[in-house]
Design a protein around this ligand. Structure first.
Ligand code: M6R
Length: 365
C-alpha cells in the first residue's frame, strides 16, 4: 500500500510533483490557454472584480497567503487573506465586485464552509479550491478549481499544498489575462513556466540525501524560528506549522524584517533559525537579517538557490534548491521544510501520519 515508504507522509510528499502537475495541467490546454469550465462565473463578471479575498485554515491558509502575492503581481487586484474562523466574524465588507476564494483540501472544514456560505449570501462571487469532488465547499461556491492531488491520508498536508499553490497560480494568470495586465502571449508563457515547475519539484526532492548530510546535528534541537520575506514569508509559516504539528516543538515564523521588533530578544545559542533566502530583490536585505541573527549566537540553517554564495559565510548549513523564477520559488522552498519536519518527528519516534491531538478534517468550530 505504501509503495515502500514507511509512512503516508513520506509517500505523499514524494507525490507532490505529480499532484502539482495534474492540477495545473487540467487547468490549461496543450497550447497553454486557460481551461476554466468549472469556474461557472462569467468572464465578464470576473473582469469586474476589484478585490479578491482568500480564506482557509492551516496549510490551506498558507497556500492562500502565497496566492495573494501571485494574484497581486500577475493580475494587479488587491487581495486580502484571512483564516476562515476569523474572517466570518469580521463582519466582512463584500459585494458583487469581490471574488472570494475558499481553499480546503478536504472541502469539509466547517469554518471554511460556513465563512464561504456567508460570502455567497453577501452577494460576492465565490470559488472553491478543493481536492475532493462533490465536497461541501465545492457545492457552496459558485465555481470550483479542483486540485488533483489524489487522496491525502497523512494528517499533515504536503502534496495538496503544492497543488493548491498551483491552482492559485493558474487563477492569478487567468485573472491577469482577463484584466488585461497580461497579454495573451505573456499569460501563456506564465502557464508554461508554471507547469515546468513540476520537473523542478522532482529535481528538488531528489536532493534529500544531500540535505540530510549535516542536518543530523540539529534534529534534536527544541527551538526553531523560520524567517522569510515577501512570498517566502508564508513558506516560513508553513515550515513552522509542519514542525509544530509533527514534532511538537516550538517553531515560530516571522517576516525577517520583523524580528528586530521583538522576537530577536528570544534568540540565543539554543535557537535554530531557518532562513529562506530567495533569489530576488530582497536578497541583500535578507542577508542583513541573517547577520543580525548570527550576532545573537543562533544556529543558522539557510535554504537558498543553487549558485547563491550569499549564505556561505553566514549560515551553519545551507540546503540548496534549484533556481527558478522568483515568483514560483515558494513551490520549491517549502519542500526541504516538509522533509525536515518529517525527519525531526522520526528522530523523536513520533507517528508521522497521525500527530497527537489532531484530526485530518476539522468539522467543529
Ligand atoms: O481540509 P482543509 O484544507 O480545510 O484543512 C485545513 C487544515 O485543517 C489543515 O491544512 C491542517 O492545518 C493540516 N493538518 C496541516 O498540515
Amino acid at each position: 500500500v505504501l509503495d515502500g515508504y514507511a509512512s503516508f507522509y513520506e509517500m505523499e510528499l514524494q507525490q507532490s510533483p505529480s499532484a502539482f502537475y495534474d492540477t495545473v495541467a487540467a487547468l490549461m490546454t496543450t497550447d497553454h490557454q486557460a481551461v476554466v469550465d468549472q469556474l461557472s462565473i462569467d468572464p465578464y463578471e470576473l473582469q469586474r472584480i476589484r478585490k479578491v479575498v482568500i480564506i482557509g485554515c492551516g496549510t490551506s491558509y498558507h497556500a492562500g497567503l502565497v496566492g495573494r502575492y501571485l494574484i497581486e503581481h500577475l493580475a494587479r487586484i488587491p487581495v486580502e487573506v484571512d483564516v476562515a474562523s476569523e474572517y466570518r466574524y469580521r463582519d466582512p465588507i463584500l459585494d458583487a465586485d469581490t471574488l472570494v476564494v475558499g481553499i480546503s483540501q478536504s472541502g469539509e472544514s466547517l469554518e471554511t464552509i460556513t465563512a464561504l456560505r456567508e460570502c455567497v449570501a453577501s452577494g460576492a462571487r465565490t470559488i472553491a479550491i478543493t481536492n475532493v469532488i462533490g465536497s461541501q465547499l465545492s457545492r457552496v461556491a459558485d465555481g470550483v478549481l479542483y486540485t488533483r492531488a489524489g487522496p491525502e491520508i497523512s494528517v499533515a498536508s504536503t502534496k495538496t499544498h503544492l497543488a493548491q499553490v498551483g491552482a492559485l497560480g493558474m487563477l492569478a494568470i487567468y485573472l491577469g489575462e482577463l484584466k488585461g495586465v497580461l497579454y495573451p502571449d505573456e499569460a501563456s508563457r506564465r502557464r508554461q513556466e508554471l507547469i515546468a515547475m513540476a520537473e523542478l519539484l522532482r529535481a528538488t526532492l531528489d536532493r534529500q540525501s544531500q540535505w540530510r548530510a549535516g542536518i543530523g546535528d540539529y534534529l534534536s534541537r527544541e527551538h526553531f524560528f523560520f524567517i522569510g520575506r515577501n512570498l517566502l514569508y508564508p513558506v516560513a509559516m508553513e515550515g513552522a506549522l509542519k514542525m509544530k504539528e509533527l514534532s511538537y516543538i516550538a517553531a515560530e515564523a516571522y517576516p525577517a524584517g520583523e524580528l528586530k521588533h521583538g522576537p530577536i530578544a528570544m534568540l540565543d545559542e539554543q535557537a535554530v533559525v531557518v532562513a529562506l533566502l530567495g533569489d530576488d530583490r530582497l536578497h541583500e536585505k535578507m542577508l542583513g537579517n541573517i547577520e543580525e541573527v548570527r550576532a545573537r549566537g543562533a544556529t543558522i540553517l539557510a535554504v537558498a538557490t543553487d549558485g547563491d554564495a550569499g549564505p556561505d559565510e553566514l549560515a551553519d548549513i545551507v540546503l540548496r534548491v534549484p533556481k527558478s523564477e522568483a515568483l514560483w520559488s515558494p513551490l520549491l522552498m517549502v519542500l526541504p521544510l516538509q522533509v525536515m519536519a518529517g525527519w525531526m518527528a522520526q528522530a523523536r519516534g513520533y507517528d508521522l501520519d497521525k500527530p497527537r491531538n489532531l484530526a485530518k478534517t476539522v468539522t467543529v468550530e
